[in-house]
Design a protein around this ligand. Structure first.
Ligand code: NZQ
Ligand code: ZN
Length: 381
């Protein structure tokens, strides 16, 4: 086990009606808030009204930036930065899923700098102070509500990049499982895939940390037991709560302590699929993970088999990979490119961008030949 530091400053408010503490929490950080949200789901499901009521009661002035798209783009981040600077806001309130919260994180570190968002994303400029950020999470998936990462894409450069800085942890995150009732079945499944993928990226990283492995197995066991039930009962509070809790724990540090690194090659592949074809993040991962495992199987048969024994009750690496793929299928997430509407003719473009964007991963370090095999497997019948 390698040395590690546990340092997670986000205060999480979890459970039914936690929104009632939002107004007074916002007020701690100032009187003028930039409210950032997506394409409108919060208006149809009532979350917008509940948030505005809190802000009005607390006497906080509100400036709005809306329209953040899934697989968020840097143009929106820059526009929100401009608005926040012009209005001289005291803090940012992000209400949405990963796309909204990630965009708001980049806004929060870019506003105080004399630069644009992409220069922060490509690490030309390092964040200093950040505008305080509070989040209200509406979709269980990414873990962004309790971590320091943000992922934004640049369509011209064909790059979807993630960065992580301590300044980007939300100060507070409000997690009410009821707020995820309206997440449709497909995005509920993509969220389940994403949280599973986060634990796997750490599990397949380098370095031995058996307790962290067991955290991975616990999160996967929970998800495999309750995820499919949730897919058939989208409005059941306890199921929504279990998956929301699991998603937060899957990428808040817990599953990585004591390891040298995670791998994250599958996420890098997923980001290429998303930036080229606008595929939802979780869907890109359910396509890429089985293929990545098949290509890397012979490098770590025992490790994959241990996962299988601990999570699926099977004994071999092959059966583990089959079980994972079948699980993704069973909840309705695609496992091949064509199931996500990506035609075989797109394979050369996909491979070229994978090579250009260096989707190697940090532990298993894919070669270009292996990337080619992964593309073929993602396309196989
Ligand atoms: O646009 P709105 O109206 O917000 O609708 C969204 C969007 O269409 C909708 N939605 C969200 N909450 C809802 C809802 N619909 C009904 N009811 C609700 N309560 O769902 C759609 C998808 O939203 P999005 O925010 O894109 O989903 P998710 O939370 O999965 O976030 C995905 C983004 O996060 C990044 C991904 O790459 C992707 O860009 N990730 C961020 C990470 C992090 N910061 O740590 C790690 C992850 O690995 C991931 O890369
Ligand atoms: Zn992810």
């Amino acid at each position: 086990m390698v040395n590690f530091k546990i340092d997670n400053p986000t205060i999480v408010h979890f459970g039914k009606d936690v929104i009632r503490d939002l107004g007074k929490t916002v007020k701690i950080y100032g009187n003028k808030v930039l409210l950032v949200y997506g394409k409108g789901s919060i208006k149809s499901n009532g979350i917008y009204d509940a948030v505005i009521e809190q802000l009005n009661t607390a006497g906080v002035e509100v400036v709005e930036y809306s329209g953040i798209k899934p697989n968020p783009v840097v143009e929106d981040v820059n526009a929100a930065v401009e608005l926040g600077r012009k209005e001289n806001i005291d803090l940012i309130l992000a209400v949405g899923g990963g796309s909204v919260i990630d965009s708001a994180k980049i806004v929060s570190v870019t506003i105080p700098l004399d630069t644009t968002a992409w220069r922060v994303m490509i690490k030309m400029v390092r964040p200093g102070k950040a505008v305080p950020l509070i989040s209200v999470l509406t979709l269980a998936a990414t873990g962004t509500e309790m971590n320091q990462y943000a992922v934004v894409q640049n369509d011209q450069a064909k790059k979807k990049l993630g960065i992580g800085y301590r300044q980007m942890y939300p100060r507070h995150s409000f997690l009410d499982p009821q707020y995820t009732y309206s997440v449709p079945r497909n995005y509920t499944a993509f969220g389940i895939v994403d949280l599973m993928a986060h634990t796997l990226e750490n599990y397949f990283g380098s370095g031995e940390a058996t307790l962290s492995d067991r955290f991975v197995f616990a999160i996967l066991n929970e998800t495999i037991e309750y995820g499919p039930k949730l897919i058939n009962n989208l409005h059941e509070y306890d199921l929504r709560a279990k998956i929301m809790y699991a998603a937060t724990m899957a990428l808040n540090g817990l599953t990585g302590y004591g390891r040298e690194s995670g791998d994250w090659g599958v996420h890098d592949i997923g980001h290429v699929i998303s930036v080229l074809f606008d595929t939802p993040h979780g869907a890109s991962l359910s396509i890429a993970y089985p293929a990545w495992l098949k290509v890397n199987k012979d490098k770590m048969p025992e490790r994959i088999a241990l996962l299988g024994r601990s999570v699926f009750g099977v004994n071999s690496a092959e059966k583990t990979i089959d079980s994972l793929e079948n699980f993704f299928k069973s909840i309705g997430s695609p496992v091949r490119l064509n199931e996500a509407g990506i035609h075989s003719a797109k394979k050369p473009d996909l491979l070229e961008t994978m090579i250009k964007n260096k989707v190697r991963g940090s532990n298993f370090k894919l070669t270009e030949e292996e990337m080619g095999k992964i593309v073929e497997l993602m396309d196989a019948d």
